[in-house]
Design a protein around this ligand. Sequence first.
Ligand code: AMP
Length: 141
Amino acid sequence: MAYDDDNIFAKILRGELPCQKVYEDDHSFAFLDIMPRADGHTLVIPKAKAQNMFDIAPGDLGHLIACVHKLAPIVRDAMGAEGILIQQFNEAAAGQMVFHIHFHIVPRWAGEQLRPPAQTMEDDDVLAAHGEKIRAQIASA
Ligand code: AMP
């Protein structure tokens, strides 16, 4: 299967769909998951076109993981989380739903269950408030 230019994240990157953007650089883009598994659930994607781990170029993956490494403690501190779960799925059988590679940065608190994946849309104002916290933490980092 070839990369589909009309996948949801490609449209977000082109500005054709709205998102709660928290970060962007030359290679990477980060925004909030609209069906978060926890407050502050952030997605990090490359600007390069790749479906998953099986077709991304090593250099593009390097930029992407560097961005995850940069943002994980920022999201933790912005949300007051006790830990961070990093997830990345490859192919439908492994749980991948959107075929533009992405890493999930999911804040965790001891004893707090994750919400089910991709099930409940978050309110726009809640996402906006969480986005603001993360952007403010980036600005002060
Ligand atoms: P997966 O492909 O399983 O790693 O997960 C795709 C993720 O994208 C899920 O957590 C969805 O909630 C999330 N998602 C789907 N559509 C959007 C969207 N338009 N904006 C932000 N997140 C999205």
